[in-house]
Design a protein around this ligand. Structure first.
Ligand code: UD1
Length: 328
């Protein structure tokens, strides 16, 4: 029985997609989420425990009562500009809460951890392509807060603690193709979510931040990965750890990018309507291009994306935006 999986942040955007896939695979899942940005209705499998990852007594109790041997850790604040204006909020909720979780995990004999990390640990890599061994140079407290968690995982594993896989996400987008769960995160700033809100009349216009970058059409280029493929990477990480695989830090992206204008065109293709856009200055801290060198996760896990298609990403985002089951 001692093979329960604790998913922190399982009521959030990415965590809920992973809970759904774990549940569909017959895994025993428990979600811990404080519902600060998540939704109870997003948890489609297993029990939801409402509480904080930083609450030591609660985490100890959950690990013991549910016989947890694996933790998938998503609970975090994720808004980059907010991390710049309120850095201690990010170090408390992302870094200190992770420290608490690891302390409890270590004491309870948890075997495996899959950690939700970010391409923000690279900052602005030369040439816009990030490999796992590219320098760690975050340019905002959000990226630093996640990098510090990666380092705790590394050092704890070296000291005999749980083995782990840290997945560094690139630009996650899209929703469950069957429309059961989706991205309803409040105050979204991410391009595809914002564009979907514009396309469905929830916002007036999309602001394109910068049209003079050294990229093919002058707008920023990113590696957009469908949340469904990202979720599958977590199940692959679980299989790897259960098979006795060594701890890993891996990029999660497709290895190719699209510009902001290409994303706008995809929306226009799919809706058949022009998308209202305004052109503006560059946004502070945005690199021109950020694309994953995504070879390692395929080689190691045999991870095979099923949704590597911008139009499918955009269609699923639009479908959710038109008919969200929770959120607005
Ligand atoms: C952001 C974070 C990154 C984090 C990721 C996931 C920054 C600088 N980076 O990635 O650290 O890992 O979210 O949480 O905040 N854009 C527009 N108009 C918009 C929104 C975006 O033109 O309204 C452009 C951006 O300039 C960029 C691209 O779209 O070129 C993608 O932006 P966004 O979706 O915000 O993600 P990132 O900034 O790449």
């Amino acid at each position: 029985m001692a093979n329960g999986i604790l998913v922190t942040g399982g009521a959030g955007y990415i965590g809920s997609h992973v809970v759904r896939q774990l549940g569909d695979a017959g895994e025993r899942v428990v979600t811990l989420d404080n519902l600060s940005t998540g939704f109870a209705a997003a948890v489609t499998h297993g029990e939801l425990i409402v509480g904080d990852t930083g609450d030591r007594e609660l985490v100890q109790k959950v690990l013991a009562e549910h016989e947890i041997d694996t933790i998938m850790h998503f609970a975090a604040h994720t808004i980059v500009p907010e991390s710049v204006s309120d850095p201690l909020k990010y170090y408390r909720n992302n870094t200190c809460a992770t420290r608490n979780l690891l302390q409890c995990a270590s004491e309870a004999g948890v075997k495996h951890i899959v950690f939700s990390s970010t391409a923000a640990v690279y900052g602005m890599p030369p040439g816009g392509i990030a490999r796992e061994d590219s320098p760690n140079a975050p340019i905002n407290p959000y990226g630093t807060s996640k990098l510090m968690s990666e380092w705790m995982l590394r050092d704890l594993a070296a000291a005999g603690g749980p083995r782990y896989v840290a997945l560094r996400y690139f630009n996650v987008a899209g929703s469950d193709p069957e429309g059961r769960i989706g991205q309803s995160t409040p105050q979204a700033t991410l391009l595809i979510k914002v564009a979907a809100e514009v396309a469905t009349g929830k916002r007036e216009a999309l602001t394109i931040f910068g049209t003079d970058y050294d990229t093919p059409d002058g707008t920023g280029v990113r590696d957009y990965i469908h949340v469904e493929d990202l979720a599958t990477a977590h199940l692959d990480a679980l299989a790897w750890l259960r098979d006795g695989g060594a701890s890993q830090v891996l990029n999660c992206g497709y290895g190719h990018g699209y510009s902001v204008r290409e994303v706008v065109q995809a929306f226009e293709r799919i809706t058949g309507e022009p998308l209202q856009v305004r052109e503006a200055e560059r946004r502070a801290g945005d690199p021109p291009t950020l694309v994953a060198d995504a070879r390692r996760i395929r080689e190691l896990f045999g991870w095979t994306p099923q949704h590597d298609d911008l139009d499918r990403i955009v269609s699923s985002s639009l479908a959710w935006e038109r008919a969200p089951k929770y959120g607005r």
